[in-house]
Design a binder for this molecule. Structure first.
Ligand SMILES: *Cc1c(COP(=O)(O)O)cnc(C)c1O
Length: 392
């Protein structure tokens, strides 16, 4: 019996305790007790399945992993303490010194930092590829390329990458394709269906969905995830706490309806922004004007809930819009039910430097909004103030 994603979101990953609780229990314990010495030995050797120590197994974390795996259609999932630790774990588990990585230049700012500075210290070479054209990616492949890494839609410009085409390039080279599915979540897009090998999540975003906790996850085939990825987590310990796992587990129950409603709001707002004289350009995959609109329609259920747009007047114009708001939150997080606004050039992408920003097409007048569940009329009024110079 296979259930629909809406059913899986509320019904998968449930293992009731002897008390038969209806809501999922939270297991706040560091370790688990054995019946006797022989059982302890059998658990440690792997002969007997079961929990040992919460650095690598905890029933609440397991429930969250099973639910997310069910939603993504993945064989296996390993939860991590944050989205960045999910990316670090992926790299540490699948790569070694001398390997080459092709990473999109349009990824989360900290992801660029991780590959270009920290992982580079350990002999990993990363080429940042500009743009979405698969031919450009094919050109940059080397014999030692082992991983292709992409976000689609990308942060903050919502560029859409052809997952099937990139998977093909990776596989011809014997490399893996990892897709950061943060912006869509499995409610809108399932990268494994298009041939990706690994899906990465910042559970901090839409999976929690209410801006409460940090978390991350790596998903894919059991042979890869339960072996290399879990192996790294077990030893190195970028573990998700049981409390955070429980919050994310319950957050996923409303993922589908949140993504539908927030996408609907985003589309309406994007259409309005596109017609506003204070706006030069709107980046939103749900608009016909988006360069990969057709591809987005094939890969994603909706355009998602994130819009970026370029306002007239560069940084000054962008900051005027931010400072003119009374309702939307000026904060770097996204994926919340509350709408958030950021100026990428001076915040999330500030550390990567002007040159890398220019390469990634992040202009001074660019703003990113992650649209929440408020009324679109109220959001429009909130942005209108700064856009039309009526601040104060
Ligand atoms: C936030 C984010 C991350 C990092 O996740 P954290 O949970 O903040 O560590 C990675 N990728 C994308 C696309 C993000 O938005």
């Amino acid at each position: 019996m296979t259930y629909d994603i809406k059913t899986l979101a509320v019904r998968s990953g449930i293992h009731r305790s002897q008390f038969n609780e209806h809501s999922e229990a939270m297991y706040l314990t560091s370790s688990f007790v054995f019946e006797n010495a022989a059982q302890a030995a059998a658990r440690f050797s792997g002969e007997e399945p079961g929990n040992i120590y919460s650095r690598f197994t905890n029933p609440t974390v397991t429930a969250m992993q099973e639910r997310l795996a069910a939603l993504e259609g993945a064989e296996a999932c390993v939860a991590t303490s944050s989205g960045m630790s999910a990316i670090l774990t992926t790299a540490m588990a699948t790569l070694k010194a001398g390997d080459h990585v092709l990473c999109s230049s349009s990824v989360f700012g900290a992801t660029v930092q991780l590959f270009s500075t920290i992982l580079a210290k350990f002999g990993l070479n990363t080429t940042f590829v500009n743009g979405t054209d698969p031919a450009e990616w094919r050109k940059q492949v080397r014999p030692e390329t082992r991983l292709l890494f992409v976000e689609t839609p990308s942060n903050p410009l919502t560029e859409v990458f052809d997952i099937a085409a990139l998977a093909d390039i990776a596989h011809k080279q014997g490399a893996l394709l990892a897709v950061d599915n943060c912006f869509c979540s499995p409610a809108l897009q399932k990268p494994l269906q298009f041939g990706a090998d690994l899906v990465i999540h910042s559970a901090t975003k839409y999976l929690d969905g209410q801006g409460r906790v940090m978390g991350g996850a790596v998903l894919g085939a059991a042979s890869l995830v339960n072996d290399s990825v879990l192996g790294f987590l077990r030893t190195a310990g970028p573990t998700l706490s049981a409390f955070n796992a429980w919050v994310i587990l319950k957050g996923m129950e409303t993922l589908n309806i949140r993504m539908e409603a927030q996408s609907r709001n985003a589309l309406e707002l994007a259409q309005w922004l596109e017609g506003h004289p204070g706006v030069d350009k709107v980046h939103y995959p749900g608009l016909a004007s988006h360069p990969q609109h057709q591809l987005a329609l094939r890969q994603q259920k909706t355009g998602g809930a994130i819009i970026s747009f370029e306002v007239k007047g560069g940084r000054e114009g962008a900051w005027r819009v931010i400072d003119g708001t009374r309702l939307v939150s000026i904060t770097a997080n996204l994926g919340d039910t509350k709408t958030t606004i950021t100026h990428p050039a001076s915040t999330t992408h500030g550390r990567i430097g002007a040159e890398a920003r220019a390469r990634a097409g992040i202009k001074e007048g660019l703003l990113r909004i992650a649209v929440g569940l408020e009324s679109v009329d109220d959001l429009r009024n909130d942005l209108y103030r700064g856009l039309s110079g009526k601040v104060g």
